[in-house]
Design a binder for this molecule. Structure first.
Ligand SMILES: Cc1ncc(COP(=O)(O)O)c(C=O)c1O
Ligand SMILES: N[C@@H](CCSC[C@H](N)C(=O)O)C(=O)O
Length: 467
């Protein structure tokens, strides 16, 4: 760090050398601080596609890629006067700050904070709660979120209400003066249900102004949805997914507009030590730069797969499909449908065989990666929700989740077709194939459904999230 970046209060405390060396580093260079953290103070200036790749930095060598400050400590300039902006990486690190400011910009927030995983982000957020507080949340939630809330209700004195958050009246019915937080996911994981963020934010704040609306935006990323603009107080995401895009790091992101809330969350991150490491901060920053192109391709591919499955008689859950019961609500909040979809076969064993017959589709938890994944949520990502609770919440045991990547879409369709046939999930005829039980499920008119692929007019490629 050049001496010019020392705070005013510490200048002049440099054993008499301060005045002479004020703007000069140890090698005699008169340089700006390195790096002055990125991002315009006054928010987005350009279209999102541009902002994703555009970062500002006053790096002393004009490094195009922000340096990785792989240092746990930062030397102080005096024993009494503290030092520069950083002293210890748990409390702050220039690479992490650069990333946080970049994220604040693209998430339309005044402040963003990055931690070591998506669950770490939720852990930080739920530490705002006190024993006796009540949380209202959904009945279709990521398994890890459900697990943490269950832990808090068992061990932390928090009362958790799981309701159908697709019904704002069901949420309103349980809001009381004790409600401290309403925690929403939309689309939900894995049933892809849509939750009305503006309506729930408004009704919650009207009923209890101190209740915080926290939204998990992992399924869509800031490219496709900005919950803070829709009335939420906190948005968080697993940076392990779309933001990074390559399944090579774990990260969690929290964004807020309220400075006092930001300070409380930062306090917990510093106190508990879950801030993102410098290397992972750098990797995440790199991933974010390609979010736009990745997501556009992934959701175009997802649309192709969803249409393919639906046209062959499967029950598909995807908000890009006109058949999604909350299609209009989704598009009133989001700029795209994302790239996660689920479908049912009606038989757990058949579903297992499909998953195991796929070749291009990796059997894996998680989503948002450039390569396509297939999973059975009840056995994998949501296995921590016990079978009884899964049944009570109508989570179908046979549900298959597809997380679509950037491969050639016809290769993906071919591989899936082969897996469906090999697993015995379809009836093969001279004209093609049809999901077993499709006629019963769809009321017997197979011709009507076989034209779905052609009729599906919503071309996601033409709905650019980047505009
Ligand atoms: C919707 C959702 N939120 C949060 C998380 C937690 O993120 P992480 O795995 O980065 O802890 C996940 C997946 O793990 C998820 O699917
Ligand atoms: N064994 C893990 C499962 C992680 S699931 C990851 C992701 N959110 C998904 O939905 O696939 C655990 O117990 O948390």
């Amino acid at each position: 760090m050049s001496l010019s970046s020392a705070p005013e209060s510490s200048k002049g405390k440099l054993n008499g050398l301060g005045k002479a060396l004020q703007n000069v580093d140890l090698d005699g260079h008169d340089l700006p601080p390195s790096p002055a953290p990125s991002s315009p103070r006054n928010g987005r200036k350009y279209a999102l596609a541009t902002e994703l790749v555009f970062t500002e930095s006053n790096d002393q060598y004009n490094a195009s890629s922000v340096p990785i400050y792989q240092s746990a400590t930062f030397k102080q300039e005096s024993a009494t006067g503290g030092g520069g902006e950083y002293d210890y990486t748990r409390s702050g690190n220039p690479t992490r700050t650069h990333l946080e400011r970049h994220l604040a910009k693209i998430m339309n927030a005044t402040r963003a904070l990055v931690v070591s995983s998506g669950m770490g982000a939720l852990d930080v957020i739920t530490r705002l709660l006190r024993p006796g507080d009540e949380v209202v949340t959904g009945d279709d939630l990521y398994g890890g979120t459900n697990r943490l809330l269950k832990y808090l209700s068992t061990n932390g004195g928090i009362i958790v209400h799981h309701v159908d958050t697709t019904n704002p009246n069901a949420v309103r019915a349980v809001i009381t003066s004790k409600t401290a937080m309403v925690l929403l996911e939309t689309p939900t994981n894995p049933l892809i249900k849509i939750v009305d963020i503006p309506r729930i934010s408004t009704l919650t704040h009207a009923a209890n102004p101190s209740a915080i609306i926290a939204v998990d935006n992992t399924m869509l990323s800031p490219l496709l949805q900005n919950p803070l603009d829709l009335g939420a107080d906190i948005v968080y995401e697993s940076g392990t997914k779309y933001l990074s895009g390559h399944h090579d790091l774990m990260a969690g992101v929290i964004a807020i507009n309220n400075p006092a809330l930001g300070e409380k969350l930062f306090f917990t991150i510093n106190a508990s030590g879950c801030g993102l490491s410098p290397f992972d901060s750098w990797l995440l920053l790199r991933g974010i730069k390609t979010l736009g192109v990745r997501m556009e391709k992934q959701q175009a591919n997802a649309m192709r797969i969803a249409t393919f499955l639906e046209s062959h008689g499967f029950k598909v859950r995807y908000p890009g499909l006109l058949s999604h019961p909350q299609y209009d609500l989704h598009w009133s909040m989001a700029r795209g449908a994302g790239a996660v979809l689920s479908f049912e076969t009606g038989d757990v064993n058949v579903s297992e065989r499909i998953v195991e017959s796929a070749r291009l589709w990796a059997i894996s938890v998680s989503f948002g990666c450039v390569n396509s994944l297939i999973s059975m949520p009840c056995r994998m990502s949501h296995a921590s929700i016990d079978a009884k609770t899964r049944k009570e919440r109508s989570l179908p045991e046979d549900i298959i989740r597809l997380c679509v990547g950037i491969e050639d879409p016809e290769d993906l369709v071919d591989d899936l077709s082969r897996a469906l046939v090999q697993a015995g999930a379809v009836k093969v005829t001279v004209d093609g194939f049809r999901a077993l039980g499709a006629e019963t499920r769809l009321g017997g008119d197979s011709d009507e459904d076989s034209t779905a692929e052609k009729e599906q007019s919503k071309d996601l490629a033409s709905v650019s999230p980047l505009a």
